[in-house]
Every structure is written in structure tokens, then in C-alpha cells.
Design a protein around this ligand. Sequence first.
Ligand SMILES: *Cc1c(COP(=O)(O)O)cnc(C)c1O
Length: 416
Amino acid sequence: MNLEGNRYLFDGGIDPLELCKKYDCPLYVYDTGVMKRQYNRLLNAFDVKQVKLNYACKALTNLSVLKFFKRLGSGLDTVSIQEVRLGLQVGFAPEDIIYTPNGVSLEEIKMAADLGVKINIDNISILEQFGQEFKDIPVCIRINPHIMAGGSSKISVGHIDSKFGISFHQMPLVKRVLEATGLKVEGVHMHTGSDIMDANVFLMGAEILFNIAKDFPDLKYIDFGSGFKVPYKENDIETDIEDLGEKISERFNQFCADYGRELTLMFEPGKFLVSQSGYFFTKVNVVKQTLSTVFAGVDSGLNHLIRPMFYDSYHRIQNVSKPNAKPRIYTVVGYICETDTFGVNRRINEIQEGDILVFHNAGAYCSSMASNYNSRYKPAEVMIFEGKDYLIRERDKMEDLTSKQIEVNFEEEVKV
Ligand SMILES: *Cc1c(COP(=O)(O)O)cnc(C)c1O
């Protein structure tokens, strides 16, 4: 979305204020042009024989988004049996889906195996039980490289105390399980967490993976996970993808030469592919001047976009209705009946009630983490594809809030 003269426009000329009129606020809008740019940028960063990107769909699971990534040639990274089913539903081939759960039951893993998708196991007990039953289905194993990385403790998942992965110190045990069961390992995987700033963190993890990989003779792929940092502010730091791609490719090619066979280099980004494609439009209900602060209260809250409250995430906020007004300082808050602050003391063009504010980076972990808290409707979602807008999720209605509820009829109970 760019400022052109006195209004903001999406590529292809779509006016966000027109979308807000057409579909009403609050509204999520996703620009597929940005998804495609990010996908190709990452793909082109690698110089290896075989590379596969699996979109980590928990970031944004709308069916049309999944279909768009399928169209780009992406695979899918899934963390629940339901995400596996969504992928199959939109036509992904089972072998293009990798299932990377944590802490799920053996029953659920068996279901995924029956559906024919790639299985990534991160627990020795499960590996053993799986092997006893499905020794002919090769698996991937998730390694914990014991690297402290990531933007916050909630999203740092590769350190030594983390619940994720099998410690690389436990490889002798893994090998005993493989020998005892006859199970084969077709992939090794790591995922260290989100918002990693330094390419060298990947390289450190990569060395650990290579060191483990050389001992497994039946590999088809090495999966380096994700966690690329995207910019949230103007001039914000981001993972240097091109630098990372160059360094990893060189080391990967060398590994394949030593290993004696070409393997597939895999990554599974969520945020990198969709974060910047998303815009969340809200309407200002109230401007409230207190003794210390000017609040702008919007028609949304932590029910629709919880990242600022949950992760202390920064989302850039702009007044779409007043592109050329003078900036003032506002604290932007939601309408939920607890403190739900989107941003404190932000410079935003002078706000009047009824103005439309946009939250940037609203593609990843925003709508997919939305709830009906305070009995509010989840927003509508729109996709922009080649200069046209498509409604990809209707706004909730009253019946959506109650459709699964069953009312007890107290009067009848009394009579019995
Ligand atoms: C969440 C997740 C990802 C995606 O992480 P991003 O930071 O969104 O890129 C990748 N792999 C696994 C296993 C995940 O759980």
C-alpha cells in the first residue's frame, strides 16, 4: 500500500477506503503480490540443485491463502491434523505436506501417517512407538540444536530447556531405536524460533544438523525450519535473506558432495511469506483526551489482533483517511473490557472519530489467532489478486456466536 497524491492505494490501484466501505470494518486485507514477492525472493536466495519451501500455514490458514501458495509451487508445513486436512482439502499432494507437531498423541500422528503426509517426529518415545507400528514409513526427526535465538521467550523454541525437538546429545538413543524397529530417517529438521536477526545463528544450527545428517544414510532432505525476521518499523532490521541464502547454499552443496548424493534443501517460513502482505483496517470509534494522554479507540481489540498484548509486538499504525494531515501523538486502544493497547504514544496524522486506521504486518499470526472474546464478531477477510478484491471470509454473524452452544431448559428439568 503506497501513498499516491492524497490517498493510499494498493498495487493495481485498489483504494483501501473503498474496500472498507464495501466490506465494512474491521477488515483484514491480504495482498497476494506481496506473498509472491516474498516467496520468490526466498526461493531465489538459494543456489542449490533442489530447494523446497513449505509455507508454515499456522501463520494464516485461510483456504484461499493455502491455494495461492500451492499455485506458487510451495509445500505446506502443518502442526495439527486439522491443518493437514485443510492442505489436502485445497489439493496439496500428501508428499508436499510435512506434519511437524509437538506434544500431540500417537493416535494423531497415526492419522497423519494414514493420510500419507511427511511425518516429523520430535520425541524419542513417539519415535519408538511409531517405529513399532509403521517401520516402513520413513520419518523426519526434529533436532533441538540448543541455540538460544528468537525475538522473545515465547517464540524461542530451539534452546536447551525448550520442549521442542530431540536433543542432539540423544542421537545414540535415536540410533538404537532405529536399529530395534527398522525405521528409516528420510529427513532431519530444526526450527529455532521466530524473529532471528542473525544469519550466523542459522549457520551454527546448520553445522549441528549436518553433523547429525552424515550418520543417516537414507536422507532425502534437510529442513532448516524458519524464524526469519521481517521489518515492522520503517528502517527496521530484517534477516538478510540473500546473505543467508548464499552462505547456506555453499555449505549445503559442500555437504551433499561429501554425503555423495543431492538432497533437497527445505525451509518452512510463515511470517516471512505473509506478515507484510496483511493490513488490518479499523474505524476510530472515539478520540478521548485525558489529563495525560490522547486515546484513539478503534472498533477492534485483542480479540482480533492480540500480538501487541501477547508478544509486545510492534505494528505500525497509520491514519488512512488523513494521508496529509499533521501528525499528533496518540495511544491506540481497543474496545475490549480490559487493557488492550495496540500502541503507546504513536505519531499518527491527526485523527477524527470515524477515520480509518491501518495496522501493518497483519498477515501472520493475526487473524489466525483471533477469537470471539467479548462476544464480538471475527472480521471479514479480503484477498487482492491481480488487481481485484475477493472476499475470502465473511464477517461473523450473531448465529456464529451461539451455533455450537446447547441451552439447558431449566423449566423442563424442574418438572422431571
Ligand atoms: C511456526 C513454525 C514455523 C514458522 O515460523 P515463522 O516464524 O512464522 O516463520 C516453522 N516451522 C515450525 C515447526 C513452526 O512451528
